[in-house]
Design a protein around this ligand. Structure first.
Ligand code: SF4
Length: 418
């Protein structure tokens, strides 16, 4: 591992960054209002080696439950607020860290600027001694960043593609996207731009407030993009601690391989101060996320680095199923089983380069499924089926797998015919 050093930040008595070892994290997938189940999960994860356990809070009832959870576990708790910035003051006394999502802040009280919202979160964090995480996610990108980048890309993508196919030209780039273009494939560059811009914008704003006790995560479901965007962020913000993760990694064992391919190359370069491996597993198996995190750290220490280029050979399938790890927000309890059944039912398509996204709720569901060939995101009693960005329909849970298989067969037939 290289000795790249970020600034040290405090998460209660824990520290990350600087010379600290990489901290492993996980997240409860129970309903936050199920206080005893969530407290038990947090304890189990802490015993398995999670330095920090995240809990989602979306409303005042969740916030009240969190207070009780904190009294029933000695685990270090972090809270996932996404856009619910007004809840920060209710949860801050009980947690060590607050995560907000820049891409979701726009959806609540749009008349208030994101800067006002972040200022309020940072003030509360400073008052209660909490750290912050700016959690940027490819499934919920700041819409303003997306439209800015779309405009920019329409001018640049032809040029980027040309440079990518002519490696001798890549070293000659001279504008601000230099290193992105040199180090990454075109798809990863394009996917990285809005993530990177959003993370840089929020880091600069927190700096301007004088709030420095924060880290940043830039997550995508594509290992090559995770590498590309984190390398670039680390280059531009060498001081800022980074939380690493491959979002929507999916079901193990494939998800562990994909997470290894995303995180091991970065850690070997000294990039990453804390990490979470996201696995689509039932709540009582969540400690597997910690085991996978430890495997990654051990591999890096031994110099056994898995890269994205070697993934296809190990996965033995070209069909890519991405799925979220689920959390308190999951809208139907059958979600994990649904993802497993979809993997089984679609094995016949292993030779085809098709991406299927299976998501637990509306937070990242609509955005993440946009990038997949076929997507499902769960509602309370029905699931939404998409073909790319287009909604095919909303179906009962008994119907959804046959309908998805129809889409998959049609997709394969079209690609064979064309
Ligand atoms: S998409 Fe999955 S992990 Fe993300 S918020 Fe929804 S249920 Fe939780």
């Amino acid at each position: 591992m290289s000795n790249r050093k970020t600034r040290e930040i405090s998460i209660g008595i824990l520290k990350i960054g600087g010379s600290q070892p990489v901290l492993l994290q996980s997240m409860c997938a129970t309903k936050t209002t199920d206080i005893s189940a969530t407290a038990r999960t947090a304890e189990r994860l802490a015993e398995a080696g999670a330095g920090l356990v995240r809990v989602a809070v979306d409303n005042k009832r969740d916030a009240e439950a969190l207070r009780e959870i904190a009294s029933q576990t000695a685990a270090n708790l972090s809270v996932d607020l996404h856009e619910n910035y007004r809840l920060a003051e209710l949860v801050a006394p009980y947690v060590k860290k607050i995560r907000y999502n820049p891409g979701r802040l726009h959806y609540v009280e749009p008349q208030i600027s994101w800067k006002e919202k972040v200022r309020r979160i940072a003030d509360v964090a400073a008052e209660f001694g909490c750290a912050l995480r700016v959690g940027v996610n490819c499934g919920s990108i700041d819409p303003e960043q997306l439209s800015r980048q779309d405009t920019r890309l329409s001018r640049q993508d032809t040029q980027l593609a040309r440079q990518e196919t002519r490696p001798d030209n890549r070293e000659k780039c001279s504008d601000g996207q230099d290193s992105l273009q040199r180090d990454c494939a075109v798809d990863s560059v394009i996917d990285s731009m809005p993530l990177l811009a959003s993370a840089l914008e929020h880091s600069a704003f927190l700096d301007s407030l004088g709030f420095m006790n924060y880290c940043v995560s830039l997550k995508s479901s594509d290992p090559a993009t995770v590498i590309c965007v984190n390398r670039e962020f680390a280059k531009r913000r060498p001081d800022t601690p980074i939380h690493l993760g491959l979002t929507e990694a999916g079901l193990p064992p494939e998800a562990v391989l994909k997470s290894r391919a995303a995180l091991e190359p970065l850690l070997a370069e000294g990039i990453g101060d804390t990490l979470r491996v996201s696995l689509t597993v039932p709540n009582d198996r969540k400690q597997e996320e910690i085991q996978a995190g430890r495997l990654i750290l051990d591999n890096v220490a031994r110099g056994e680095i898995l890269t994205p280029e070697r993934l296809p050979q190990l996965l033995k399938t070209r069909l890519n199923i991405i799925s979220c790890p689920s959390c308190s927000r999951v809208e139907n309890g059958v979600f994990v089983e649904l993802a497993e059944r979809i993997r089984e039912a679609s094995r016949f398509a292993a030779d085809f380069p098709v991406t299927i996204a299976v998501m637990g709720c509306r937070v990242n569901g609509p955005g993440e499924t946009d990038n997949a060939d076929i997507g499902i995101w769960c509602g309370a009693s029905q699931a939404n089926l998409k073909r790319g960005k287009t909604l095919v329909g909303t179906f009962d849970y008994e119907e959804i797998i046959p309908r998805l298989l129809e889409e998959l067969r049609a997709k394969i037939k079209n690609s064979c015919d064309s």
